[in-house]
Write a protein that binds this ligand. Sequence first.
Ligand code: DLZ
Ligand code: SF4
Length: 510
Amino acid sequence: ERRLVLVLGDQLSPDIAALRAADPARDRVLMAEVEDEARYAWHHRKKLVLVFAAMRHFAERLRRAGWTVDYVRLDDADNSGSLTGELARAAAHHAPSEVLLTEPGEWRLATAFDGLQGALAVPLRRLEDDRFLCARADFAAWARGRKRLRMEDFYREMRRRTGLLMDGDGPAGGRWNFDAENRKPPKAGLSPPGPARFDPDPATRAVIDMVGARFPDGFGDLEPFWFAVTATQAEAALDRFLGEALPRFGDYQDAMLRDEPFLFHAVIAAYLNIGLLDPMAVCRRAEAAYREGRAPLNAVEGFVRQILGWREYVRGIYWLKMPGYRDRNELGHDRPLPAFYWSGETEMACMAAAIGQTRREAYAHHIQRLMVTGNFALLAGIAPQAVHGWYLAVYADAFEWVELPNTLGMSQYADGGLLSSKPYIAGGNYINRMSDYCRHCRYDVKAREGADACPFGVLYWDFLARHRQRLDGNPRLAQPYRTWDRMDPDRRDAIRDTAARFLARLDGRG
Ligand code: DLZ
Ligand code: SF4
């Protein structure tokens, strides 16, 4: 009666459902590094190292705890190259009575295992991934019968359901949301602590060497590699954030500085997403910092909302709307992704900073993603599926369940307003207010037209004009359309002409 337990590369939690259902004294664990997973996106090489190194350390941890672990390495000679292939091979070899699998996080893999279900000689039992705070069925029940699936409504429900940051029946501090206090521009002399960094041990070094050798043309810098690869390290990274950065996390949540890629952000999403940290435990620790007077409520509430609210909400949307969601393209955008998204070689200082940092660190914070790289893609009319492919590849924390709704819905408005009530667009003024990028830029953020005009400003108006038919009725865009209409017609022509020239150059036509 020996069972086989498959643990995937983003399921690195000792109490994941399939391990809880198994017995270390009798059952066998299977983990496999495979080409299919390494290549379904053009993953950043630091993301590959993170996943493989964390997998190897986790396998060792399980062995120390008494489990028998079969671990297949990427360069093992008989590696079949896919997770379903490795599972079928191990099932044939060991003839277990049953295979246990915690439900995969992505549609792509879930359907691959659906296909395997009948083909295996043994039963495959799939268990819900209960590391999430809102079960898929609970999200579906919440969504049923609602006209609008608003994150804010979901979040309040989750606060009530979990009791996080609640005083009796009401929200701590008397308000659910303190975002209005979380939009300070950066100022000189901020000295953020930066995330905890860890020196690679020999096991991680071996993975760095393997990834360097097998993915010579892979995206992104391989070194210095400093991510946490064990739960203990991830806890230390969380400790450092809670102690040193959380107090000012709220104030500067939306700020951007060219030489401070991390500011006061936690940089723990990747650890949460592969299972090194537990979302509920993280929220509780942040709440304790507030209760004990170590961090202000605006910071703690903003942080908890990302994990308890937004992260759970986008996962709920993903499973509710897949598989159709991936193909949505409400605005009919079809421009290819410019090559500088990969190279970082552009004269736009904000884009060069966000992309350069992404190449180095496999990280950018939410405003860099939403208001710089995402905003530009939306304004320029880039195909949302191409934008999706980029975000899925370049960030260490990117898994489709979280990345896709963020990209297609929140950032590119490709779902027609399911996630956000208006397209997230902004001209250069927003970027100028929230960053120090513009003063390093060859474009003039104040110029509205001509060769030096900031492309964001020009494309902003061009976007509104191009999509007038579809967006005119949106009350949240009434003000910009009024401004556009009041502009001198010659000026409107000059702006659109500048936009046309810029887009032609972008396409390699000018
Ligand atoms: C992301 C990833 C990578 C790069 N490699 C592996 C792997 O070799 N083996 C594995 O089990 N999992 C890997 N993963 C994580 C899976 O792709 C992940 O389970 C899915 O993205 C579902 O969320
Ligand atoms: Fe970006 Fe425009 Fe500012 Fe240059 S001027 S950094 S392109 S917003």
